[in-house]
Design a protein around this ligand. Structure first.
Ligand SMILES: Cc1ncc(COP(=O)(O)O)c(C=O)c1O
Length: 399
């Protein structure tokens, strides 16, 4: 059975602070221009699920579908391409990152750099692909239990893959230390004290998925609610910062979602203090969200602007995957993976199940609500996708 635990944000204080400065509309526009210069760049689709909205009793449901991103099946390439580009620009002594073709020309006669990262898969695919497109080298370290399909995806994107027997959070520390010893360029998608610049470049890369939708002259989205999933929280914080810069205190309600066993932000809100470490072993099918240690820079944004923190079990995202795969009426089908569909799972449970009526009320979710969900990945683990969507399978031991 699906289970959702939630908590209104006790820290909410939506005032602009310096933490929003790296994510202004001007920066987002610049990053979008850079991404547009990359080969095969295309804006990802924004689906309008009208029949589903009717059945859930809300006004509008939009799903931004990142499974189409560069054919890499997840949004993460936005961070990898931006960070790799900024690192190379810095090596070249440039203050700004030039367009892709100029960067490729300027770096073609130089010895390649080695970029390194720890990853559950999607970030590694992004970094490997970005590095290989610019003839650089990428060493990608994957945690214990990483699915074979995810390893293969990193290798196909041009990365040198290493499987580790460490869990993700320990692996991040190990790769950081190894990169320091070996002189590799660490491109990690989370920050810690003394390692902030490259994670900020990665987060700025994520702005493109918002800038594509919000900077259109007319039309576009004007949500009342935005559902964001968190692993280390970098992605959710970048999107939140974009929205905070765009709307200020009139920002849509932000729902931050994590798997129960990796809910470091939810637990910080429960405890009323900001230690970003989830208690206990992590067991979840949401591989991209299986991070027990949050990004403190992301927290500085999330703690001020999020409305509600949600922790949920795997049944919630599995339901979301099935709903997206089996559309109602003329709505389009969306292939959404385990970390991509949790927003749909939470929304549908919240809208239809009376166990969550207080949550619905806290968020003022009703027939006038316009909800934006972001399916951050497609079927990145096709075997698991088929088990869940076709066979309704829940892995043993999953929370
Ligand atoms: C598909 C997907 N969605 C969401 C996330 C969460 O991003 P973050 O770790 O920045 O919170 C990830 C992270 O890898 C992911 O792969």
């Amino acid at each position: 059975m699906d289970t959702i635990t939630w908590r209104e944000n006790p820290f909410r204080d939506p005032k602009p602070t310096a933490h929003l400065t790296p994510f202004t509309p001007v920066v987002a526009e610049r990053v979008l221009r850079y991404h547009r210069s990359w080969p095969r760049y295309q804006k990802t689709p924004l689906w309008h699920l009208e029949e589903l909205a009717l059945s859930l009793g809300v006004g509008t449901v939009w799903v931004k579908d990142e499974s189409y991103r560069w054919g890499l099946k997840a949004f993460k390439g936005l961070g990898g391409t931006h960070a790799v580009g900024r690192c190379l620009a810095r090596e070249l002594g440039l203050a700004e990152v030039p367009p892709y073709s100029a960067l490729a020309t300027l770096t073609q006669d130089r010895a390649p750099l080695t970029f390194a990262t720890a990853t559950d898969g999607n970030h590694g695919v992004g970094v490997a692909w970005a590095a290989s497109q610019l003839r650089q080298h990428a060493r990608i370290y994957m945690p214990r239990g990483a699915a074979d399909a995810r390893l293969q995806a990193v290798a196909s994107a041009g990365g040198e893959v290493h499987r580790s027997d460490l869990d993700y959070d320990d692996l991040v520390e190990w790769v950081a230390e190894e990169a320091r010893k070996q002189g590799w360029m660490l491109v990690q998608d989370t920050a810690w004290y003394g390692y902030e610049e490259i994670p900020t470049w990665i987060m700025q890369g994520y702005l493109t998925l918002m800038a594509e939708e919000f900077q259109r002259a007319e039309g576009g989205v004007s949500p009342t609610h935005v559902f964001l999933q968190a692993g280390v929280g970098s992605y959710a914080a970048a999107v939140t910062a974009f929205l905070a810069n765009h709307w200020g205190t009139a920002i849509p309600r932000i729902v931050l979602m994590e798997p129960h066993s990796a809910a470091c932000f939810f637990q910080a809100a429960q405890r009323g203090e900001g230690t970003l470490q989830a208690a206990g072993p992590i067991r979840t099918v949401m591989a991209g969200l299986a991070c027990g240690v949050g990004n403190p820079a992301a927290w500085e944004i999330l703690r001020r602007w999020v409305s509600v923190f949600v922790a949920c079990n795997d049944a919630v995202t599995e339901r979301g995957m099935r709903i997206l795969a089996h559309p109602l009426g003329s709505d389009p089908a969306v292939a959404s993976g385990e970390s991509g569909a949790v927003g749909m799972g939470v929304l549908s449970s919240m809208a239809q199940d009376n166990r969550y009526r207080d949550l619905r009320a806290a968020l003022d979710l009703n027939q006038d609500s316009r909800v934006l969900l972001i399916s951050t990945e497609g079927a990145t683990d096709p075997v698991m996708y088929r088990r869940i969507v076709h066979a309704g399978f829940t892995p043993p031991g999953a929370s």
